[in-house]
Design a protein around this ligand. Structure first.
Ligand code: FE
Length: 191
């Protein structure tokens, strides 16, 4: 793997992802791999598999600790992750990442039984993130081109918390990342 951006992403997923995923008994890397695996098993487009793998990368690029929501802090990891990814990927990858917290607020507003199925840490962070969407926010969310992909990512996100589940390794999913990353700026073929 020669592109330093790919090595950096693989390093984050390999070395910076040992922290627990919220209050669950798995770490960030296992969570990322499980989310990507669910998308792969469902036959999702490569961009969404990449988005699932990298949706919580914002947690790995900040130093706010493992579960800042418990301390009443919204780490804005979806914004940090989006900022980190937008220099390297198109909106088909970055928008579902940016919107995956909004998708939770959306589903809380539009699906009667959704809130009741949220994990304890998702409930905790929901109030910090603004609670369920208003009707106007729901309409604005549905107008975004990638909103359906963000909702799919969100559902995989919630299922990707299974302790002890075997998954392919980081390298397996980095092959998708390598195919979806934009050419590096300054190199031939860069936009
Ligand atoms: Fe997640």
């Amino acid at each position: 793997m020669t592109d330093p951006r790919l090595s950096h992403i693989a390093d984050l997923l390999t070395l910076k992802a040992e922290g627990n995923y919220g209050l669950s008994a798995i770490n960030q890397r296992q969570h990322a791999l499980q989310a990507a695996l669910l998308a792969e098993q469902q036959g999702c487009p490569e961009a969404l598999i990449v988005a699932c793998l990298l949706h919580d990368i914002g947690h790995m690029v900040h130093n706010l600790g493992e579960n800042p929501a418990e301390a009443g802090v919204d780490d804005e990891h979806e914004r940090l992750g989006h900022e980190f990814l937008m220099t390297m990927f198109g909106p088909e990858v970055t928008e579902p990442v940016r919107l995956h917290v909004a998708a939770k607020r959306y589903l809380c507003a539009t699906e009667a039984d959704y809130f009741g199925r949220l994990s304890k840490d998702s409930v905790l962070s929901l109030s910090l993130q603004g609670g369920p969407m208003s009707a106007a926010e729901v309409a604005a969310f549905e107008a975004l081109p990638e909103h359906a992909a963000a909702v799919r990512l969100r559902r995989f996100d919630e299922q990707a918390k299974v302790k002890g589940l075997a998954t392919p390794d980081v390298a397996h999913f980095m092959a998708y990342v390598a195919r979806r990353i934009r050419p590096a700026q300054g190199l031939p073929g860069a936009p």
